[in-house]
Design a protein around this ligand. Structure first.
Ligand code: SF4
Length: 270
């Protein structure tokens, strides 16, 4: 990253952080604070206009939404097949695959799950699993002891509270062992078609590079993105950003010259 780009982003981030601390004391469940985030975005926008002709005027949330729509449209053209890269056939399988995907590649998880799902086809089977056998099956995904505990506990809770079925609401999902907001939104969006913004490392990093957020906390990033992304695109947003993060906007060595967003990106090095 050039010194000029670094200075520009550091200044924007400092301004954002100060503005955020003073204007926004929010949690993910407190909707009304969204207006203060809009003020934060205004500050950000003012910074960007100094060097990017396509960025919107200060305070214009509608312009921010238009800017986001352009990002989505360009990324959709670039990655028309972007989708959830975990293999699954049922909501339960997606829950288990997502738990296994922590600190592990989706490709590795997809190598493990066919055997796992054949051996334990239902929540009842998983709830009764013997740890040594389950751990051996999922060993290659890393952190296999903790993941085995989460999977068995989650399956037991599904049996006790939901008759062995995966619930279709965020509040119930996040109360299950091994499931945080990210996993819950993955399941809601992909297994049930209920829009949810998934914030993983790619989504968080690219959102900051594009100055869509100044936060590192995934819950706050989720809230920022929800304001500018149409609800119907919440689920697809993560697929597009993840694909972009894997192929072009790679951590520590982004290929800005090949990026379809480079003329609108405040962090572009070209
Ligand atoms: S221009 Fe560079 S930093 Fe910005 S999104 Fe594209 S690859 Fe990432």
């Amino acid at each position: 990253m050039s010194a000029k780009t670094t200075r520009k982003r550091k200044t924007a981030t400092r301004t954002l952080t100060r503005s955020t601390k003073s204007t926004r004391k929010t949690s993910i469940r407190k909707g009304p604070q969204r207006t203060s985030s809009a003020r934060t975005r205004s500050t950000r926008t003012t910074r960007r206009t100094t060097s990017h002709s396509e960025t919107p005027p200060a305070g214009d949330l509608a312009a921010e939404k238009r800017r986001m729509r352009t990002f989505l449209s360009r990324l959709t053209r670039a990655y028309p097949k972007a989708r959830c890269s975990l293999d699954y056939e049922t909501p339960l399988q997606l829950v288990i695959a997502t738990i296994l995907s922590a600190q592990c590649t989706d490709a590795r998880v997809n190598m493990v799950t066919p055997h796992l799902f054949r051996r334990y086809p239902t929540a009842r089977d998983l709830a009764a699993a013997e740890f040594p056998e389950l751990e051996e099956i999922i060993r290659s995904t890393g952190f296999f002891r903790n993941k085995a505990k989460s999977i068995v506990a989650c399956a037991q809770e599904l049996l006790e509270r939901h008759d062995g079925q995966v619930p279709q609401d965020l509040d119930s999902l996040v109360k299950l062992s091994g499931i945080g907001r990210k996993t819950a939104n993955v399941v809601l969006g992909n297994a049930f078609g209920i829009p949810g913004v998934v914030v993983d490392t790619h989504v968080g990093r690219i959102s900051r590079l594009l100055c869509l957020t100044a936060h590192k906390d995934p819950n706050k990033i989720e809230l920022d993105l929800m304001q500018v992304v149409p609800r119907s695109k919440w689920t697809q947003l993560a697929h597009l950003f993840i694909e972009h993060g894997r192929r072009v906007c790679i951590a520590r060595r982004p290929r800005c010259s090949e990026c379809v967003l480079n003329d609108m990106c405040p962090s572009s090095e070209v």
